[in-house]
Design a protein. Structure first.
Length: 431
C-alpha cells in the first residue's frame, strides 16, 4: 500500500501533463482560424481575379471594336462623298481631307493614281479592288514596318474600267500598341489586390471575436485544471487512506480550493458581461469620496494615503468603480514596501486617479502584459499564491466601459497606475 504522498506525486504530474497538453491543443485553434482567413482570402481573390480577367478581356475587345468600327464608318462616309465627286468629275487636286480621315486616293482601272490627298504620297494605299457586285468594302492594309491603315474602298461603278476611291487613316495608338492592355491589366491587378486586402480585413474582423473566445477558453481551461487537479488529489487521498488523512483538514482544503474556483468563475462572468457591453446602472459619483470610503472599509496593514484635489465627479456604475478601485489598491498594497498613495485630481475634462506604491515597480516591457487575462508576474505569484490574474484585466475593462483609460505610467519608485475618466461637466471645481 502506497502512502498518500506517493499518490500525490503520481497524480500531480499526470494532471500537469494533461493541463499542458490540453492548453496546447486549445491553442491550435488560433492557427486554424488563421488558416480559415487565408483560405477565404485566397478563394475570394482567385474568384475576383477570374472575374476581372473576363471583364477586362471583354472590355478590351469592346473598346477595340468600337474604335475600329468608328474609324471604318468615318472612312466610308468620306469615300462615298468622293465617289460622288468622281462620278460628276469634280475631284480637286490635291484632295482636301479632315482630321479623322487624312488618306484619300482615286485610282483608275490601270492602277494609276489620278488624284490623292497630300498625306498619301506617290504609293498606292492598297492593291485591293472591290468586285462589281460588292462595290463598298472595308479593308485593312498593313505595310511593312508601318502602322496598319483602315480603309474603305468604293468602286465608282460596276463597269470593268471603273476607278476605285480609297479613304481611311492609320490605326490609332489604342489599336496599334498594347497600351490598352496595360491599362486594363493594371486596373485588374489593382482590383484583385484591393479585393484580397478587403477580404483579409473583413474576415479577420469577423474572426477576431472567435479568436478571443478560443484564447479565453484555452487560458481558462489551463488555469482551472490546476486547482481542480489539486482538489481531486485531496479527495482521492481521503477516500483511499481514511486512516492517514484528517477529514476535517481535507474538507477545509477542498473548501479553500472551491473558493478559489468560485472566485475565478465570478471574475470570468464579470469579464464576459463587461466585454459583451452589458449595461449597468450609472449615476453621478464623487470619485474622491468613493476612494476615501473604499480605503476606510478595507482593513490592511499597509496604510493608504488619499489625496483629493477639488470636487471630482464622474458618471458611472458605483459597483463597478468600487471593484476597479479595490483591485488597484489591493494590488498596490500587495507590492508596497511601506505604503500606498492615491491621488484624485482633475484636468482637461478628465478625472484622474493615480494609485502609487513604493515597491519594486513593473518593467516597461510588462506594463501592457499585466492587463491580460491570467497573467501574473513572478513577484505577484510569490506575494499572492491564490490570485487568479484577472483583477487588472477586469479593472481595464471597467475603465473602457466608462469611456476611460487605465495604464501604467512612469514613477520615481514603485508602480503608478493611472485611471482617467470623463468628468461630469459643471460638477468639478479646480484646485
Amino acid at each position: 500500500m502506497r502512502h498518500p504522498a506517493e499518490i500525490a506525486h503520481g497524480v500531480r504530474p499526470l494532471a500537469a501533463r494533461k493541463s499542458r497538453s490540453g492548453a496546447q491543443g486549445d491553442g491550435d485553434a488560433v492557427p486554424s482560424l488563421c488558416l480559415i482567413q487565408v483560405r477565404y482570402t485566397t478563394v475570394v481573390t482567385l474568384l475576383v481575379l477570374m472575374i476581372v480577367v473576363v471583364l477586362g478581356a471583354g472590355m478590351d475587345l469592346a473598346v477595340r471594336y468600337r474604335v475600329r468600327d468608328e474609324a471604318f464608318f468615318n472612312a466610308e462616309k468620306t469615300v462615298l462623298r468622293w465617289s460622288a465627286q468622281v462620278r460628276s468629275d469634280h475631284v480637286p487636286r490635291p484632295i482636301p481631307v479632315s482630321a479623322n480621315v487624312d488618306l484619300v486616293q482615286v485610282v483608275d482601272a490601270r492602277g494609276r493614281i489620278t488624284s490623292s490627298s497630300p498625306q498619301t504620297g506617290r504609293a498606292r494605299l492598297s492593291m485591293f479592288r472591290p468586285e462589281p457586285g460588292d462595290r463598298l468594302r472595308r479593308w485593312t492594309e498593313c505595310p511593312p514596318g508601318k502602322r496598319c491603315v483602315l480603309l474603305a474602298a468604293d468602286r465608282v461603278s460596276p463597269s470593268a474600267d471603273s476607278p476605285v476611291v480609297y479613304a481611311g487613316a492609320a490605326e490609332s495608338s489604342i489599336l496599334a500598341t498594347p497600351d490598352l492592355e496595360y491599362v486594363v491589366g493594371a486596373a485588374a491587378l489593382i482590383m484583385t489586390v484591393m479585393s484580397g486586402w478587403l477580404t483579409w480585413r473583413i474576415t479577420g474582423r469577423s474572426l477576431r471575436p472567435v479568436q478571443r473566445q478560443y484564447q479565453l477558453a484555452s487560458t481558462t481551461s489551463h488555469e482551472l485544471r490546476n486547482p481542480i487537479a489539486g482538489l481531486r488529489v485531496q479527495l482521492e487521498e481521503a477516500l483511499l487512506y481514511p486512516d492517514h488523512v484528517n477529514p476535517r483538514d481535507t474538507i477545509q482544503r477542498a473548501l479553500s480550493t472551491t473558493d478559489r474556483l468560485e472566485g475565478i468563475v465570478d471574475e470570468l462572468l464579470l469579464l464576459a458581461r463587461l466585454r459583451s457591453g452589458e449595461s449597468a446602472t450609472h449615476e453621478a459619483i464623487d470619485l474622491g469620496a468613493l476612494v476615501a470610503e473604499e480605503t476606510r472599509t478595507t482593513s490592511h496593514p499597509v496604510p493608504v494615503d488619499v489625496r483629493v484635489t477639488g470636487d471630482v465627479w464622474v458618471h458611472g456604475s458605483r459597483t463597478q468603480l468600487i471593484r476597479l478601485l479595490s483591485n488597484l489598491m489591493s494590488n498596490a498594497r500587495r507590492h508596497a514596501e511601506s505604503g500606498v498613495i492615491v491621488c484624485v485630481t482633475s484636468g482637461d475634462g478628465l478625472a484622474v486617479v493615480a494609485v502609487i506604491d513604493d515597491g519594486a515597480g513593473i518593467e516597461a516591457a510588462d506594463r501592457e502584459r499585466v492587463f491580460e487575462r491570467f497573467v501574473r508576474l513572478e513577484d505577484g505569484r510569490r506575494r499572492d499564491t491564490a490570485g487568479s490574474g484577472l483583477g487588472l484585466a477586469i479593472s481595464r475593462d471597467i475603465a473602457h466601459a466608462h469611456q476611460g483609460t487605465l495604464r501604467i505610467e512612469d514613477s520615481a519608485r514603485g508602480a503608478r497606475f493611472v485611471l482617467r475618466l470623463p468628468l461630469i461637466e459643471g460638477r468639478h471645481l479646480s484646485a
